[in-house]
Design a protein around this ligand. Structure first.
Ligand SMILES: Nc1ncnc2c1ncn2[C@@H]1O[C@H](COP(=O)(O)OP(=O)(O)OP(=O)(O)O)[C@@H](O)[C@H]1O
Ligand SMILES: [Mg+2]
Ligand SMILES: [Zn+2]
Length: 240
């Protein structure tokens, strides 16, 4: 009896072979769900967000402000291929309002359109990964960690400001942004910090106080601002 596969094209491997004009066979991701997920995993999207999409992002959340606008701006960014215009977004939002979900949705929509050069990092994890290369026993160096982040077509940095800034964290961030700015490579950044006092925000600190004036200033040049103020969706789900 023939084996049963969900996807006959890739036999559930997530990859299909394509012959290029020189006759070389190259593996390309299949456009089925298995293929999309394997690209998203390689791009660093956390397991828990692999199913997040624009389709399952609800905009009618009670007492939430800015959700619909955020979704529309990011959806158009992908669909109208505005990321080619070299700008990205700074998504400022209260805890649990859906920032990481929206980033995962951007990545998923891009992959579905055939854009694979995306990289997602949690800023704190990135700093930890870089720090771990400083140890004598590490067999990778800082450049190995930074290279995909610097060179990817679209970089997503999640949770900027979760780590208190130091001269070193500012320097890492400034290096990433300067490199990408000089090459017109866009970045999408999320943070829990705002530029003004917001009820329900994490603390009394502003984004500039949290990440430093140099970092905030660079972001004005590279990103359009998105603000979401709303309830913690995790809590809403928990109450149901
Ligand atoms: N508008 C929404 N529609 C559907 N699911 C949502 C929505 N907002 C959030 N979620 C879901 O709620 C959970 C929390 O969302 P998410 O992690 O994106 O929030 P966040 O803003 O990144 O939070 P944090 O500030 O802690 O980083 C996720 O499982 C996400 O899929
Ligand atoms: Mg998040
Ligand atoms: Zn397939």
């Amino acid at each position: 009896m023939p084996e049963k596969f969900n996807c006959s094209k890739c036999k559930d491997s997530g990859w299909t072979l394509f012959t290029d004009k020189n006759g070389f066979k190259i593996a390309i991701p299949c456009d089925c769900e298995i293929g999309v997920k394997s690209v998203l995993r390689r791009a660093g999207i956390p397991e828990r967000y692999l199913d997040c999409s624009f389709e399952n992002f609800k905009v009618s959340v009670p007492k939430a402000v800015g959700l619909k606008k955020a979704k529309t701006l990011l959806y158009d960014y992908v669909e109208l291929e505005l990321f080619k215009k070299k700008y990205g977004f700074l998504i400022k939002g209260t805890v649990g309002c859906g920032k990481t979900h929206l980033c995962a949705a951007v990545a998923r929509a891009l992959v579905k359109k055939g854009f694979y050069k995306i990289y997602f990092v949690d800023f704190k994890e990135l700093l930890d990964d870089i720090k771990s290369t400083f140890s004598f026993s590490s067999d990778i160096n800082e450049a190995d960690v930074l290279s995909p982040i610097l060179n990817t077509s679209l970089l997503i940095i999640d949770d900027l400001g979760s780590e208190r800034n130091t001269e070193w964290t500012e320097d890492v961030f400034a290096r990433i942004l300067n490199y990408r700015y000089n090459r017109g490579l866009p970045v999408i950044i999320t943070t829990n910090y705002f530029d003004r006092e917001v009820k329900g925000a994490l603390s009394g600190e502003t984004l500039e106080e949290r990440v430093g004036i140099r970092m905030r200033s660079r972001l004005y040049e590279m990103c359009r601002d998105i603000e979401i103020i709303g309830p913690d969706y995790r809590m809403l789900m928990h109450k149901k």
